[in-house]
Design a protein around this ligand. Structure first.
Ligand code: UGA
Length: 427
């Protein structure tokens, strides 16, 4: 059992805290946001993540997990400090490390005995080396600290599964000293541990997200070609995916990738590369394809509705993917904004988010949202949309266009109900 302070009660910090507590460690999760901590102390969680609330409640009850807004105390009282604060994107694409710096300053101002400082936040290549140097520059004896880079690979919406079944655990270290402790941190079963340099670990994180994004843009470009030749892209994805060298995951074509990680990390990696004069034409193309997906789907809609002025368009699903309430960089929101720009009256329904945006009308009922609509767009592939009552949808709408922007519906069923099915790379 180890004493661990997790700084940051966001997606990563909360999930990691709960998992470490479940492994039997004594975990203190701290955050400067007092209201968030108060909520957590009442047994409520500030985010939507299936299963997380129960896991947190269980570990609070058994005494393994504590929440506090006294970040200083948390840092002082624990030997292992795990930094899981946000690193949001700046205007120029680089990562804002302000929150990480704040935590470091607190550690530097209180350090008296040996600490292992683990960076879980996604930070650009070179950051952990810089942190190590910062400690030395402050005159902290090298015997008093170890800096570790331990990037996180969990997905929102599937965070618990990912944290308990990781396909790898990556540790970047400067020396061998912290390795014994790190090996005991996670209950890893057969999960491979990858030990590398501090910057090596940071690069594994960026390269992973860049590769996943590349797969998605590859899928989207391939779906465009399939569309031009009337080929079912899902069949192609299945065929491609059976080759273990390729794999089926992340080959779903649609509105493109969003969220707080893939778009941000790609831009940050690009920024880091350019700082060292490294050409990034592949990353550029990946982003460019992604940025043009909304327009592609709108052009598809235009084939039936050339002028969207005063048309009533319903959008189902507003989050950046299913099973989350996260709207950050959601392609669905980008689509909604474009529809508004083109003069459409936009109505939305989402299973967990009541979208408050100027110029849209948000509904709490899936079927009510399509009343008198000219077209319905599926922008996020929530399971419940797949099983919709299409007869009811048809009788409520005034038009009959269903634009499946996530390739998640069965075209045949849509047509059987007298509706028109539109997709890219799906007939
Ligand atoms: C992503 C990575 O998958 C995680 O491994 C990583 O830890 C995380 O970023 C992070 O850096 O923190 P996440 O952003 O939660 O996780 O979501 P993903 O499941 O990766 O989906 C990202 C976007 O890609 C979504 O908008 C999703 O709709 C889209 N996507 C995904 C596709 O368009 N097609 C696919 O086949 C898969």
């Amino acid at each position: 059992m180890m004493n661990i302070c997790v700084v940051g009660a966001g997606y990563v910090g909360l999930t990691t805290s709960a998992a470490l507590a479940e492994f039997g460690h004594d975990v203190q999760c701290v955050d400067i946001e007092q209201s968030k901590i108060e909520m957590l102390n009442q047994g409520l969680i500030p985010i939507y993540e299936p299963g997380l609330e129960e896991l947190i409640q269980r570990n609070v009850q058994n005494g393994n997990l504590h929440f506090s807004f006294d970040v200083n105390e948390g840092i002082k009282n624990n030997q292992i400090i795990l930094i899981a604060v946000g690193t949001p994107p700046k205007e120029d694409g680089s990562s804002d490390l302000g929150y990480v710096h704040n935590v470091l300053e607190l550690i530097l101002s209180t350090i008296q005995d040996y600490k292992i400082v683990i960076t879980k936040s996604t930070v650009p290549p070179g950051t952990n080396e810089w942190i190590h140097q910062r400690f030395l520059d402050e005159g902290i004896d090298e015997k008093l600290f170890d800096i570790v880079s331990n990037p996180e690979f969990l997905r929102e919406g599937a965070a618990l599964w990912d944290i308990f079944h990781p396909n790898k655990i990556v540790f970047g270290t400067k020396t061998k000293r912290p390795i014994k402790v790190l090996k005991k941190l996670y209950q890893r079963g057969r999960t491979p541990l990858i030990f590398t340099s501090l910057t090596g670990a940071e690069m594994i994180k960026y390269a992973s997200n860049a590769f996943l994004a590349t797969k998605i843009s590859f899928a989207n470009e391939t779906a465009r070609i399939c569309d031009a030749y009337n080929v079912e892209y899902p069949d192609v994805a299945q065929g491609l995916g059976t080759d273990p060298r390729i794999g089926r995951d992340f080959l779903n074509a649609g509105l493109g990738f969003g969220g707080s990680c893939l778009p941000k990390d790609l831009r940050s990696l690009k920024y880091s590369a350019q700082r060292k004069n490294v050409d990034t034409r592949l990353l550029d193309a990946v982003l460019e394809i992604n940025n043009s997906q909304v327009d592609l789907y709108l052009r598809k809609l235009n084939t039936f509705l050339p002028d969207l002025t005063d048309k009533k368009i319903t959008v189902w699903g507003v989050t950046f993917k299913p099973n989350t309430d996260d709207l950050r960089f959601s392609p669905a929101i980008a689509l909604i904004n474009e529809l508004i720009n083109k003069g459409a009256h936009v109505h939305t329904y989402d299973p967990v988010v009541q979208l408050q945006l100027p110029g849209i009308c948000c509904h709490a009922d899936q079927y009510e949202s399509v009343t008198d609509s000219d077209a319905l767009i599926i922008a996020t592939e929530w399971e419940q949309f797949h099983n919709s009552n299409w007869a009811e949808v048809k009788s409520g709408m005034s038009g009959s266009i269903i634009l499946d922007a996530r390739n998640c519906l069965e075209a045949e069923i849509i047509r059987k109900n007298g509706l028109i099915y539109l997709g890219v790379g799906k007939q």
